[in-house]
Design a protein around this ligand. Structure first.
Ligand SMILES: *Cc1c(COP(=O)(O)O)cnc(C)c1O
Length: 353
């Protein structure tokens, strides 16, 4: 606390990211990073870019990346917005689209950055409880709002919903924007991107951090009607002209163009997830069926915080949220098959006594 702070700074509750440990011998299954590196073509593109152009400002419109994403999803460049990680894209979305004198609706159990942005931008929020199966039920969102946002698949549960349910919501919610945060969509969900040309009130947000293994490059994007994208661009150009550096633009273009590496790595993660689900169920865990690159698990006989601590002693970090409704769950990122095997063997050891 300081008297020099503007009043709003006293009111903030900043987001606390998962730990990025400084020691290297840990099995890191706590922040949903991809265990496989990015495409070698990304590294090559970054090297060339770094050799050429760092003296100059980066392209303020990130035109090459916008065009590459438009081509990938068969959209117009005017339907694409890019930012410094999808967190920045989300931040601009909260400021640009969600302040209309009614609450923004989002699930009670979801990405914990949403309430943080609400405080930062003075967006009124109303949380909608997950149903008893821990699922987002979009029929619960038919009520007055300034906007609706939810991840699909949801985090940290991993549960996904189909485009049919999303289309139903879009039809019944024509006067405000519905944002689908698709950070994990490539691990088995069905994207709402196909609905964009039909619904001007739909914004789909994705990231290069998870399925394209570029969390450290910080690139995210939004796709939606030209009007929504123009609103985001106005906010961006009132905040930072160059949110993406030259290296990020070049690396992300190479990533979205390498479909072979993308398909190979995401399929490996899906296969490992299905195998890990079976193995953890055999140890007595209850698991929410996941369409993401993580599992949300609970054990009827073992306290989740104790399990997280016991794993940590064995050099394995998973994510534990000390929050109502989910304080008996662990969120475990899908690692390589070797990492999954070490996790299973550690948990075997822990739950047997
Ligand atoms: C990881 C994640 C993000 C943020 O991704 P970045 O692009 O790395 O900022 C956004 N939403 C959800 C639900 C996430 O899990």
């Amino acid at each position: 606390m300081s008297k020099f702070w503007s009043p709003i700074v006293h009111q903030l509750t900043p987001y606390v990211p998962g730990e990025q440990p400084k020691i290297s011998n840990l099995i890191k299954l706590n922040t949903n990073e991809n265990p496989y590196g990015p495409s070698p073509k990304v590294l090559n593109a970054i090297e060339i870019e770094a050799g050429n152009s760092l003296r100059l400002y980066s392209d303020p419109t990130s035109e090459r990346l916008v065009n590459a994403i438009a081509q990938y999803y068969q959209l117009d460049a005017k339907q694409i917005f890019v930012g410094n990680g999808s967190d920045e894209v989300l931040a601009h979305t909260f400021q640009a689209l969600f302040q209309h004198g009614k609450p923004l609706l989002f699930p009670d159990i979801t990405y914990s950055f949403y309430p943080v942005y609400c405080k930062l931008y003075g967006v009124e929020a109303e949380t909608i409880p997950l149903n008893t199966n821990f699922e987002v039920d979009l029929s619960d969102y038919i009520r007055p709002n300034s906007g609706i946002i939810f991840p699909n698949p949801n985090a940290p549960t991993g549960h996904g919903i189909g485009p049919g349910a999303i289309e139903m919501l879009l039809k019944k919610n024509l006067d405000s924007v519905v944002v689908v945060d698709e950070a994990y969509i490539d691990f088995g969900g069905e994207s709402a991107v196909t609905l964009i040309n039909e619904y001007p009130n739909l914004l789909v947000i994705q990231t290069f951090s998870k399925s394209r293994s570029l969390a450290g490059l910080r690139v995210g994007f939004a796709m939606g009607s030209e009007a929504l994208i123009a609103g985001l661009i106005r906010v961006k150009d009132s905040f930072n002209s160059y949110p993406l550096d030259s290296i990020a633009i070049s690396g992300a273009v190479a990533a979205i163009q390498d479909k072979v590496h993308f398909e190979y790595t995401r399929k490996r993660i899906i296969t490992s997830r299905e195998q890990l689900t079976v193995e953890l169920e055999a140890l007595g865990f209850n698991i929410i069926p996941s369409q993401a690159n993580f599992l949300f698990v609970t054990h009827p006989q073992h306290d989740a915080a104790d399990l997280a601590a016991d794993l940590r002693v064995r050099n394995i970090i998973v994510r534990y949220f000390n929050k109502p409704r989910i304080d008996q769950y662990l969120r475990i990122t899908i690692g390589t098959d070797d990492e999954c095997a070490m996790l299973v063997s550690a948990l075997q050891d822990i739950v047997k006594d």
